[in-house]
Design a binder for this molecule. Sequence first.
Ligand SMILES: [Zn+2]
Ligand SMILES: [Zn+2]
Length: 304
Amino acid sequence: MTRRQLLRHTAWFGSAVVLTIAGGEVISQLGGGDPPSAAADDANALRFVQISDSHIGFTGPANTMVEQSFSEAIGQINALPYRPSFVMHTGDLTHLSTPDQFDQVRQMLGTIRTDQTYTVPGEHDGVDDHGAKYRQFFGKGTKGDGWYSFDLGGAHFISLVNTLGLETMGHLGADQLEFVRKDVAHLSSDTPIVVFSHIPLFAMYPKWGWSTDDSVQALSYLKRFASVTCLNGHVHQLFTKTEGNVTFFSATTTAYPLPKPGEGPAPTPVTLPAGQLHAALGIREVSYVRGGQQGLAIKDRRLV
Ligand SMILES: [Zn+2]
Ligand SMILES: [Zn+2]
């Protein structure tokens, strides 16, 4: 699959995308069924799971049981044939940022069979306090408004907060941009970089705020790296795009779908016909083999 074909291939479930860097060129393969990469079976592979947009506390008709579907997503992670190194929740943990909702989602995350859970805040996690309650529950060890980075399995992971300076779209701000610049300065250019954020770092649909106004600056610090993968939530649907050395993957939700870009007047919850909700929800498996071909294998799975 060429880069151009990947660009056109906007959403899928149950297929694997393998991104391989060879001679500086991104080679992407789309396969059906199980991940074709060795990463899936390699005991040395780093494997993690991304979940997103659980919206604990949401009570609308699009999903009257968000706690139940989030719990099912956790069950699906716990039933994986391996124990993920970590699980990343890319934001909108809660719907309205109440202490009860934060407490509930934290307790639920604590039931996941994994070494570590990480989070980034969505705009629903900073409804009335610029993320203060979010940081009380999830901000331990983070910097600034809650950003941080870590190294694992030979890759470097950066978790960004682009939901707090929110006016019309995502925003990182000068302090966080400086954090990114310094954070990667010491890394060698062949270190695979994975960036987490709630709102996409690419212009998925700026009219609905599905973009980050200063992400170009952040990505400019990552230009020299051979492999950069950005994983986000917020849009409640699968989408991927490659720009230069960076590939972006929007994740689906465990709560309720949103319309496709431009379909309808606003990104408001979509109520699907009875029995169809689970097919729109899911979890994402990601694997990476150190010292391999620097490929990140990504597999989106429907909620079962
Ligand atoms: Zn959301
Ligand atoms: Zn959001």
